[in-house]
Design a binder for this molecule. Sequence first.
Ligand SMILES: NC(=O)c1ccc[n+]([C@@H]2O[C@H](COP(=O)([O-])OP(=O)(O)OC[C@H]3O[C@@H](n4cnc5c(N)ncnc54)[C@H](O)[C@@H]3O)[C@@H](O)[C@H]2O)c1
Length: 317
Amino acid sequence: MQQAHGKLLITGSSGQIGTELTGTLVERYGADRVIATDISKPGRKDCNTAALDVTEADSVKNIVKKEGVTTIVHLAAILSAKGEKTPDFAFDVNVNGMRNVLSAAAAVSGVKLFFPSTIGIFGADTPRDNVPIETITRPTTMYGITKLFCEQLGEYYFRRYGLDVRGLRLPGIVSYKTPPGGGTTDYSIEMLRAAAGGENYTCFLKKETMLPMMYMPDALGAIVKLLEAPSSALVHRTNFNVMAFSFCPSDLENEIRKINPGFSVSYAPDERQEIADTWPRSLDSSAAAREWGFSAKYTLSEMVRDMLMNLAPLPEK
Ligand SMILES: NC(=O)c1ccc[n+]([C@@H]2O[C@H](COP(=O)([O-])OP(=O)(O)OC[C@H]3O[C@@H](n4cnc5c(N)ncnc54)[C@H](O)[C@@H]3O)[C@@H](O)[C@H]2O)c1
């Protein structure tokens, strides 16, 4: 267990990433130090929990002050596909939520704030391959626009108030414990779940849509590493690119077929294709590797095997 002081507050802790990251942080820092929050009180029993709506500025400020919070892991957000259905709501949660969390953090000295940005901040004008951190960022979704704003607002609080803000641009995250919350890369989890359940799958993206991705254990490892990196080592602040591998739906289908030869996918792209078409195929993660030691362990085939094994027992080899 790591030595650390003060409490660690997690917002949006009941989501796809939050449910697993909370467990990792409890293991690392101890149950007493972690407060898991979400719009309704999380049901978990392994740490302190509370209901916290990040759009309510006073509630955010009060919990940070009252509990002596020294680290905030701000996950609450409305993701890409869901955000396109409810853009005003996505704006409110993503922008006002971030502003409230930043302002609560800056009101107390010595608070560290982590939040995940996304590959959604890129746009159709961004180069597609090995995309650097600094590039053309003209997102076309409300999700991308709000997250790019969050990156820049985070940097503003760092420059103006000296707040220790850190963030990385996560690619699509694949996991089996908690269903995803309405993103464009959710097809990968749906496809793996269908395969594990012995069903075929109809994919909402075209078979050749290549996107950067990562398996959950590597995402958790990356978040902890960035959270614990010495502040003085960080040249960048809120916009580290990270990815493990790129694949398209047909690559995933083929990997699944190596284990489950009878599996098949049909393709019926919907409105989410338009979002995916504006995102890069791969990212340059070298600054994250250089500044805080980012690395990813899982390959695509290791991830597929592990996912299928955890979603349903695999047949004997
Ligand atoms: N999952 C991915 O592939 C991915 C990729 C890139 C970035 N991210 C980022 O990671 C973070 C977590 O994503 P996730 O996949 O776990 O999302 P999710 O949709 O599964 O979870 C988000 C959580 O936020 C909560 N929430 C919504 N509105 C809230 C409010 N007003 N107050 C408090 N909580 C609220 C929801 O109840 C939910 O539990 C987000 O910031 C997202 O932008 C995720």
